[in-house]
Design a protein around this ligand. Structure first.
Ligand code: G1P
Length: 292
């Protein structure tokens, strides 16, 4: 499996005013834009074709993954080797970044369908770039391996507080106890249910490894929650036809489309940063001691 779809056409209204003139995916987490983390995660999982489903206001994302000839020549002239290496590391040479447009904001299911001509007949993954995983090198790869082994689509889930189920797609696993880093058959899935109607508190966490059959289903999926074409609704039909599994996230996830989630991710990634982590940890310890 080599293709991954990353929908980036959303306007980021939850993060205004920061996202008035820059794409939400270009907001920086410590020293890299958010989009770079998810592209890196896809590369770590073995994907080579990154399909961005984008919007006219999001050109900064494409520019980030393109060469900046003037900048490269200028750094080379000044012999700034380390910085040159950092630029090169943004995207390894064997990775293709492909853009397609989503002409209207008709929902996540519609965004995935916009990528169909590039996906062709292959199975593929979807990564929602608002969700940043702390561990960027194992979960997605494990989902791909589970798909290869079971031939069933894999949907990443994690538990959320019961009063927050109406923000997510919620999986029904018939009350099974999920093991971290393992997959369990799903018997249903519903987009943004009320807490009363939710089949569980297992929320879809923005990573999907999908059988190509989902594309045919998406073509006839009517508008659902929020009056949008929902990927969740097509997955509900895929469950009936060929079975789908819920993969339980082993590490931590951060919703970086939300201000508080983004702040938590900033602290966590700063603590783990290879160059800044120690100094930041000491500073944070001092600050928390002073404040308590
Ligand atoms: C989307 C999906 C939802 C999923 C969520 C994860 O919702 O439709 O099923 O749980 O992402 O972040 P959105 O956040 O775009 O409303």
């Amino acid at each position: 499996m080599k293709k991954v779809v990353i929908p980036v056409a959303g306007l980021g209204t939850r993060f205004l005013p920061a996202t008035k003139a820059i794409p939400k995916e270009m907001i920086t987490l410590v020293d890299q834009p958010l989009i770079q983390y998810v592209v890196q995660e896809a590369v770590n999982a073995g994907f080579t074709d990154i399909i961005l489903v984008t919007h006219s206001s999001k050109q900064a994302i494409e520019n980030h993954f393109d060469h900046n000839f003037e900048l490269e020549v200028s750094l080379e002239r000044k012999n700034k080797v380390a910085l040159m290496e950092k630029l090169k590391a943004i995207i390894p040479p064997h990775i293709n970044i492909i853009s397609v447009r989503q002409p209207e904001p008709l929902g996540l299911g519609h965004a995935v369908l916009c990528a169909a001509p590039v996906i062709g007949e292959e199975h593929f993954a979807v990564i929602l770039p608002d969700v940043i995983l702390e561990n960027q090198s194992s979960d997605l790869k494990q989902m791909v391996d589970a798909f290869t082994y079971t031939k069933q689509s894999q949907i990443m889930v994690e538990k959320v507080p019961e009063n927050e189920v109406d923000k997510y797609g919620i999986a029904d696993c018939d009350g099974a106890t999920l093991e971290f880093g393992a997959s369990t058959p799903m018997s249903g899935i519903v987009e943004k249910p009320t807490p009363q109607d939710a089949p569980s508190n297992l929320a879809v966490t923005g990573r999907y490894v999908l059988d190509n059959d989902i594309l045919e289903l998406l073509k006839t999926t009517p508008k659902g929650a929020g009056n949008e074409i929902q990927l969740t609704d097509a997955i509900a039909r895929l469950i009936e036809i060929e079975g789908v599994q819920a993969y339980c996230l082993a590490g931590e996830s951060f919703d970086c489309g939300d201000k508080l989630g983004y702040m938590k991710a900033s602290v966590q990634f700063a603590l783990n940063h290879p160059e800044l982590g120690d100094d930041f940890t000491n500073w944070l310890k001092k600050l928390t001691t002073e404040r308590t």
